[in-house]
Design a protein around this ligand. Sequence first.
Ligand SMILES: Cc1ncc(COP(=O)(O)O)c(C=O)c1O
Length: 387
Amino acid sequence: MTNDFSEMIDRRNTNSVKWDVGADELPMWVADMDFRTAPAIVEAIKQKADTGIFGYEEVPDDYFAAVQHWYTSEHNWQPQPCWMRFVTGVVPAISSAVRRISNVGDNVLIQAPVYNIFYNSIINNGRHILSSDLVNNDGTYEINWADLAAKMAAPLTTMMILCNPHNPVGKVWQPAELRRIAELAAANHVTVFSDEIHGDITDAGHGYTPFAAASDTAANLSVTAVSPSKTFNVAALHAATLIIPNERLRNIVDRGINTDELAEPNAFAIPGTIAAYTQGADWVHALNATITANKQALTKFVAANIPQLHVITGHATYLVWIDCGEISHDSVKLCQAIRDTTGLFLSDGAEYGGDGDHYLRMNVACPPDRLQDGLNRLATGIKNFQK
Ligand SMILES: Cc1ncc(COP(=O)(O)O)c(C=O)c1O
């Protein structure tokens, strides 16, 4: 098995959330890639399956050593194994942390437009969403620092969920920005949950900084969530890791993930993650080059063929945020029209809050030929909509 990012894999009728669509439809929405995972992961899972033994398991030291190895070699940060806890997913861990770190009725701060499921984790637990909306400043999203400071200082703000790097705008937060967020959080006794699930998928030369690596202050007030699920396209492995340097905070979150029953791995989560983090680096670097090329191809195509759309340049994730404001401020309607007339299934930006009502999100983690199909459909869909 080789790293082939051009293979057109048929994922229909495989229980795939992404591909459970009409026969002629092309899904480019949910954050799930159309690539087979790294061969080392497949091999590790096969070996585990061959044992035929799937009883209850502890998380071994090798697992935490593998996470440490990955963050040291890929991201220049050496988290200690004793700071780590295994969890069965980032979203369940966010929900659990919301319940442990904040109280009913508190504000949980986010930066819209942002990953839509953050909203569920906050609302479903009876907390208030408080957004310090990101501002699109001439094609680059930025933090409104005065607004963020005011919202951090609101008496009921006890927690912030940071998306680092940011889905959907693809922004890689810089160390100085992360330090500034940490200073504001420290001044206002706010705990930061940093969701770093997209941290491995960046363009060359634009590597991300883990929040807790930005400063001692950041490390001391944060819970970081990492996972191979986006990086290696293994969402159904249900494996993620929380990294919490502060012992007191770690104990609080640890109690939550145990009472919420998120701390026990399935049979394949451990061997799959260890293989990913110890043998997967070359695969990820090749993946990132493919995604960068796809983002460039999209940007070029849109500029040449659909100049009414404006692509936001993001150096992280395989999700491209596209400004459709010249055409519509109702991205739900536009998305539905594109789907109805061409079969192309995108995410409507409104789902992510903030200014998302005039954006589309397109997932470009697919073979170049499939991307071209999607781009052709997008051009046709926009033309049809404007008729
Ligand atoms: C920012 C972010 N966090 C979390 C998740 C999902 O995490 P998990 O499947 O581990 O619950 C996603 C999936 O798209 C995401 O974009």
